[in-house]
Design a protein around this ligand. Structure first.
Ligand SMILES: [Zn+2]
Length: 472
């Protein structure tokens, strides 16, 4: 099947490639998708890398209820205000109207904090570091597969600490792990910074984000790490006895990434032929295609294909032999290119006579004849090279799209052009930030730099540079 032209129609390309590559399918429930086995395998690979990273920081996994008493969300005023329009509420169960409505979790802060209050009695119970891999629900008016769906899968980390310094460190440690994951596994270049007050998590003291910019110039929030205000601990009466025997409240963090990372990976790397998956997280890293002849004995070709497969598995490489004898090699090439498998090895009778096989890489679409005795080392090295090259490309592409422009009147109209995002100066007045809405844009994150002198709108002194873009 042919995809819409990626340069001319990025949005349609994205919508079609998700389904054509069999990452996901539409479901009968509006705003909810089915993540198919190929998409699930991709998510599982992401999960396993992140899960190990979290555990290195002493985080333990747990599972909390899907349903949250409505009253829990009302305890933290800013929190409920932030989520109210997106909540799905259960009013009936067991054939009866419930005494208290139950909310399908939009996030589990309140439930987990309720339990933390029970579990944290003394300073010896700290730090407490919990993570949950789960699905959550936030009703979406304009759903898009993986980017915005009413139900999505994610991890939410929640930690409690004795001191604010320790909590700050946790927020930054996790942010660092996220960035390492985005750049060295997903091969996506990201920019980190604080969110503005208007864009931060409802009820947080501050929110760190890591953002990337897609080929159409739109910003994509890849994930966030927050220091929560003490109000969260107070509203659940999370008191404990400190070292001096006094009553004290812990400092809380929360942090999360979701299946949105699948959407980011698709957009950041895909091309007209389909997905291009980074080797480190690709469900299948190498597909071997034996070139089978009709009405002939193909046993020698198949044996050679399986032998390469076994040797690749020994090296820890995820590999599949496509030995379907009803499909032509050309059909298979297109199919695995659509699915973005990083390497393809073709083995035919003629190749075998020459003691070689053909190795093709999805990223560069290069083909190379490689002697069979060297094929394992060659593939291993090429996977590493492709991984690195994908990240370099991502970095170069995002740098190219970044424009430094001082005035909203100049860059506002440009935001309608594909492939542009803006670095500008800001006085930090929320009124100026609101003006961006006229161009359907927002601040993505505050930068550490201070290159622009004046605010993009009011002309007062800038307090620091900020990234502005339309966003997913
Ligand atoms: Zn201003």
């Amino acid at each position: 099947m042919k995809l819409p032209n990626i340069k001319e129609n990025f949005a349609d390309w994205y919508n079609e490639v998700i389904y054509a590559s069999e990452l996901a399918d539409q479901s009968p429930v509006r705003g909810c998708i089915v993540i198919r086995p190929y998409g699930t395998a991709l998510w599982e690979n992401m999960k396993s890398v992140l899960d190990e990273k979290f555990k290195q920081h002493g985080v333990q996994n747990a599972l909390f209820p899907l349903l949250i008493p409505e009253s829990f969300l009302k305890r933290e005023a800013e929190h409920i205000e932030g989520f109210a329009p997106e909540l799905a509420v259960v009013t009936h169960a067991g054939g009866k109207k419930l005494e208290e409505n139950l909310v399908i979790r939009p996030t589990s802060e309140t439930m987990i904090h309720f339990m933390f209050a029970k579990w944290i009695r003394s300073w010896r119970d700290l730090p407490l570091k919990i993570n949950q891999w789960a699905n959550v629900m936030r009703w979406e008016m304009r759903p898009r597969a993986f980017l915005r769906t009413s139900e999505f899968f994610w991890q939410e980390g929640h930690t409690a600490h004795l001191t604010q310094e320790e909590a700050n460190k946790m927020v930054l440690d996790i942010l660092k792990e996220y960035v390492d994951f985005a750049e060295n596994y997903l091969a996506i270049s990201v920019i980190t910074g604080l969110k503005s007050d208007a864009e931060k998590f409802p009820g947080a003291d501050y929110t760190y984000t890591f953002e990337s910019f897609m080929p159409d110039g739109k910003g994509l929030q890849m994930g966030t790490s927050h220091l929560l205000s003490q109000n969260f601990a107070k509203s659940f009466d999370m008191k404990f006895q400190d070292q001096e025997g006094k009553q004290s409240f812990p400092y809380l963090t929360s942090w999360g990434v979701s299946t949105r990372l699948i959407g980011a990976t698709v957009m950041a790397h895909g091309d007209d032929k389909g997905l291009v998956l980074p080797p480190k997280i690709a469900p299948i890293q190498v597909v071997i295609i034996p070139i089978l002849k009709k009405d002939a004995n193909n046993q020698a070709t198949l044996d050679a294909a399986y032998k390469i497969k076994d040797s690749l598995i020994v090296k820890g490489i995820r590999v599949l032999v496509d030995d379907n004898d009803q499909q032509s090699p050309g059909f298979k090439f297109n199919n695995w290119e659509m699915k973005g498998v990083p390497l393809r090895i073709e083995v035919g009778p003629r190749d075998l006579e020459n003691g070689q096989a053909i190795v093709a890489d999805r990223l560069g679409m290069n083909k190379e004849a490689v002697v069979l005795t060297n094929i394992i080392n060659y593939s291993e090295a090429l996977l590493l090279k492709v991984q690195k090259e994908m990240f370099e490309r991502s970095k170069i592409q995002q740098n190219k799209m970044l424009h430094k422009i001082a005035k909203l009147s100049e860059f506002g109209p440009l935001l309608d052009t594909d492939g542009i995002y803006i670095k500008t100066g800001w006085c930090k007045n929320p009124a100026c930030e609101k003006e961006l809405k006229n161009f359907k844009a927002s601040t993505r994150c505050l930068l550490q730099t201070h290159e622009l002198v004046d605010c993009f709108y009011c002309g007062e002194k800038s307090k620091g540079d900020v990234l502005v873009a339309r966003s997913y």
